[in-house]
Structure formats: C-alpha cells, structure tokens
Design a protein around this ligand. Structure first.
Ligand code: SF4
Length: 425
C-alpha cells in the first residue's frame, strides 16, 4: 500500500523511481503521497506496470481513452490504439469498452501496455445486469462485483461516479440545464436513481468501496457525472454540488489510506478554467485533479483535439495534474488509430507547455533551439514531439536553393543572414 508506506516514512521502490525520473526528492514524493496530493496508480496484483506519480510538483500526465463500442468492437484495433497511444506519450490508458467481449478487451490491454490502466466498471455492471436487461436493472451487487472483477484483473484505477446522488439529481431536475448529462457513467446512475427511487450505491456504500480499493491498492478516480457538456452549462450549481460531495469523499478515502483523485469538467470557457481548478484544489484538499480537455468552445467538431489542448494547457498551468486527451472525433464517432495518435500528441503538447511555465523540462526546448540555430535537422527530428510528422513535412517541400535551410525562406533564411552579417563585424 503506497499511502501506508508513505505514512510510515518508508519509501517504496515506486516512490524512489518517481523521484528519480521527475527530478524531485524522495521526501517530496513521500510527503505528498502520505497527504494524498500525489497518487501512484498501481494495482497490487499487476506486475507489468511501471511507477507513475500524478500530482503536486510532478510533470503533467496525460491519459488516452480507448475501447470498443456496440457499433465497433474489434478487440485487436483497440489494443493497437492503446499501444500507439503509449508509443506517442500517453502516461495511462483508460479502457472504456462497451461493445463485444469487454472482459477480453480489458485483459488484452492490461497485458499489452506497461502503463497504469483505468476502467469505468459501472459500464459493465449496466451492460450485464444479473437480472433484467437495462442499466436501471443493475443491482448494487452488480456494481461492486464489476469493480472487484476489474481490480482482480489488475486494473490500476477506476472511475466511480460517487457524487451523482439523489440530491444532485433532484437539484438538476429543479434548475435544469441545456444538456442534462454527457457523462455515460453519470447517466447510468442518474437513470438508476430516478427509476428505482434509490440512492447511488457508490455513495451510500462508499465504505464498502473503500474496503475493496484497499484490498488491491486500487486508486479511485471520483468521476464528474454532472460535468457540463456545453459552455452554457459550465460552472453551474449541479456541477459544484457534485464537486463538494466529492470533497467529502476525498476526506473519507484518505482516512482509510485509499488513493483518490478527482475528475473535472468538461466544457468550460477559458475564463472559468483557473477558478474551476482552484475550487477543486481547495474543496478537495489538493487531491490530484484529472480533467477532460477542458473543451473551450463547442463549435469545432473535427478539431476538438486542438480545442481540448487549449483548455488542457490552461488547466495544467492553473494546477490540474492529469489531462484526459480529446481526439478529433470527439462528439462525432469512435476514434480511429490516427485520431488516437493526434489526440495524444495534442494533449502532450498541452501538458508540456504548462510544465514549461512551471519550470519543468525547460532543457528540452533549449536543446531544440540549439539544434535550430545549428541547422541540425536530425537533432530537431529526434527532439520533436512527433518526429515522423516533422520528417515528413521537411521531405515534402525541401529547400532547393540552400538545402541547409528550409523552403519557408530558403536563401533568405533569417537565421543565416543575420549570422553572416554578425560574422562580418
Ligand atoms: S529558412 Fe526561414 S523558417 Fe527556415 S530555418 Fe531559416 S529562418 Fe527558419
């Protein structure tokens, strides 16, 4: 148990590795893990997973979602997406499968990648209720059995929408929104609450959930079932009511020594991002903040990877710790392999841009500047976030007049011209 060891002041091999790779002290990692401000998602049953820290003072991490849908359920394609996402820099993978043999997809992804893997077990509980056919027929046992099954398989973190409660759903009904629910798991639970006139088992039996998490050192990612799905609903009462509930659950998880992070919006205009991050940090006592995007405009389908990167950079700059990527197919269809690659790269750029502003990994950009100044194209490719694309573009329109430069200015290359004159002085 990472928290238990940290509280005993006993650094685990994972804590030492994280400190080394992130360039921070072991004491920093120990202190923050003990306080719940850094999480190390790592299932006690999983062997092929590296050490990854998410939280205060560390690099911004990025997640890539993959997974089947009822329309597209080719397992090997989803595994390949997971592998490509990791190749391009995803720190974690979430398997959100809801089509075909979801147990098989999950287990193949767990074997294929060595980064932490997360899931949303409520999907499986809703798809396969022990009695009945609909998500509203799932029982409390179905929900917890799905969580246990995922944990036994080695899943490192699970999204659990514990803050979708009767109270928040009632409040949403009273006040209304332009788009009620855009969270799949949140909608399963809201439908269940309304149909059964009961309380969300993930909330009413939260202590049992904590016991389950303790058994596997499973990290809980408290889902934002009421995240706004459009700018018109951003920062509304329902969103914050859920967040305040999550803050209370963070306290209870920490008392049990369970690692916990908090998920956040969603669709937010740029001017509301910083406030949202600060409020999460204060109400959830510094728990790592995991944001989807955020999406800063609703009108760019096909380019939402860019929209998400703009929001993600500002969120991370404001203190968010973990960015969930967005692909160009967001709001349109299940992403292709190429969409996954583009989504990861966009998110990676957002995370790195924010890290630079925090003084992290500054040397990377300095090396690139030196390579540019020296016209060292190979070095530039090596340092590029996407070497393949950089190579492809340079080869597509080479500089004919002065091959050392690029065809943008060619023999009017500003770098060369100034250097020639400076050399004459
Ligand atoms: S040709 Fe222009 S764009 Fe290309 S390296 Fe020189 S200054 Fe930069």
């Amino acid at each position: 148990m990472q928290v238990e060891e940290a509280r005993r002041n006993n650094p685990t091999p994972e804590m030492k590795k994280i400190a080394r790779e992130e360039g921070v002290s072991v004491e920093h990692v120990l202190e923050k893990v003990a306080a719940g401000r850094i999480v190390i998602p790592r299932n006690a049953n999983r062997e092929n997973v590296g050490a990854l820290g998410i939280g205060e003072g560390l690099r911004t991490k990025i997640n890539a979602n993959v997974g089947t849908s009822p329309d597209y359920s080719k397992i090997d394609e989803e595994v390949e997406k997971a592998e490509v996402a990791v190749e391009y820099g995803a720190d974690t993978i979430m398997d959100l499968s809801i089509g075909g043999d979801v147990d098989r997809v999950r287990n193949k992804i767990l074997s294929a990648v060595d980064v932490p893997v997360g899931t949303v077990p409520i999907y499986q509980a809703g798809l396969e209720p022990s009695e009945g056919e609909s998500v509203v027929d799932m029982s409390s046992d179905d929900i917890f059995n799905a969580i246990r099954k995922h944990a036994e398989d080695g899943v490192d973190f699970v999204t659990v929408h514990c803050g979708v409660t009767r109270e928040t759903v009632e409040s949403l009904k009273k006040k209304g929104r332009l788009m009620d629910f855009v969270s799949r798991g949140g909608s399963f639970l809201a439908a269940w609450i309304l149909h059964n006139d009961g309380e969300n088992p993930l909330y009413s039996e939260f202590d049992y959930l904590l016991e389950l998490a303790e058994d596997f050192d499973l990290t809980l990612s408290l889902g934002d079932g009421l995240r706004p799905g459009c700018l018109a609903d951003a920062s509304d009462r329902a969103q914050f009511q859920e967040l305040f509930t999550l803050g209370e659950l963070v306290d209870r998880a920490r008392e049990s020594g369970v690692q916990v992070m908090v998920e956040g919006p969603g669709h937010l205009p740029l001017d509301q991002i910083e406030a949202n991050v600060k409020i999460e940090k204060t109400t959830c006592d510094g728990a790592p903040f995991y944001v989807l995007g955020p999406i800063v405009t609703d009108v760019a389908p096909g380019y939402d990877h860019l929209v998400g990167a703009i929001g993600g950079a500002l969120a991370a700059r404001s203190g968010a710790d973990f960015l969930c990527y967005v692909t160009p197919s967001e709001h349109l269809c299940l992403p292709s392999l190429e969409d996954v690659r583009r989504g990861v790269i966009a998110s990676k750029i957002a995370a790195h841009s924010a890290d630079l502003a925090k003084g992290i990994d500054v040397e990377w950009d300095e090396k690139m500047a030196e390579a540019r100044e020296n016209f060292d194209w190979q070095k530039q490719f090596e340092l590029a976030v996407d070497p393949e694309e950089a190579r492809r573009l340079r080869a597509e329109r080479p500089a004919e007049l002065d091959p050392e430069t690029c065809s943008m200015c060619s023999d009017y290359c500003a770098l060369k011209m100034v250097r020639d004159y400076l050399d004459e002085v």
